[in-house]
Design a protein around this ligand. Structure first.
Ligand code: E4P
Length: 214
């Protein structure tokens, strides 16, 4: 499974990059706004830190506007992936970009039919939003399972990029249902390391070592 970090904060990306387990980065307009910087600045800097797919989202809502932005963003770096919303215009833009060999990440996916449309349009990634479905009392993980089944039934190669991951249990369940990629905020990746028995075991080992060598 590939791990992406979901943030527009370059310092978080630098820290996570040191762990050697981050394969790519996703951003969205809200995350970029939180950074207080422009998208072009942030994305170009991220591309210097992580050598992997870096998603940058378009703002336009019509197909021509999306394509105009996408072709501009695609010039920033070879690793940039164009993030498009799952709307009629987004799917149409995705089909055009796919034909042009430009990588895409279709975002804001909340149903397996939407994921099917993205795959038919040649999307590189589909981003189902787990946490936001859970927030309204739906089962986000069930959506990932359904998309996995649909893509496997028909041999689609679009990668399932589990998004809106809020905690470590989401990640654990994503691995069990076969998501290809998980994009997680810094604090969730950090939480994956933590286990009370690891901490307890290590302090016992260190105390025993200190006693034996005193
Ligand atoms: C994914 O690409 C999105 O940026 C992100 O995962 C959304 O997460 P949220 O629902 O926690 O805002």
């Amino acid at each position: 499974m590939e791990f992406f970090i979901d943030t527009g904060m370059v310092d978080e990306i630098k820290k996570a990059a040191e762990w050697g387990i981050v394969d790519g980065v996703t951003t969205n307009p809200s995350l970029i706004a939180k950074s207080g910087r422009t998208q072009v600045e942030v994305i170009k800097e991220i591309c210097e830190i992580i050598d992997g797919p870096i998603s940058a989202e378009v703002i336009a809502t019509d197909k021509d506007g999306m394509l105009k932005e996408a072709y501009e963003i695609a010039k920033w770096h070879d690793n940039v992936v164009i993030k498009l919303p799952l709307t009629e215009a987004g799917i149409a833009a995705c089909a055009t970009l796919s034909k042009d060999g430009i990588k895409t990440n279709v975002t804001l996916c909340f149903s397996s039919n939407q994921a099917l449309l993205a795959a038919k349009a040649g999307a590189t990634y589909i981003s189902p939003f787990l946490g936001r479905l859970d927030d309204i009392g739906h089962n986000g993980m069930q959506l990932i399972e359904e998309i996995r089944m649909v893509y496997d039934n028909y041999g689609f190669t679009t990668k399932i990029l589990a998004a809106s991951i809020r905690h470590a249990l989401h990640l654990r369940d994503c691995t069990l249902v076969g998501a290809d990629v998980a994009t997680m905020p810094y604090k969730v990746i950090e939480a994956l390391y933590k286990h009370p028995l690891t901490e307890k075991g290590l302090s016992t080992f260190l105390a025993d070592h200190a006693k034996a060598n005193s």
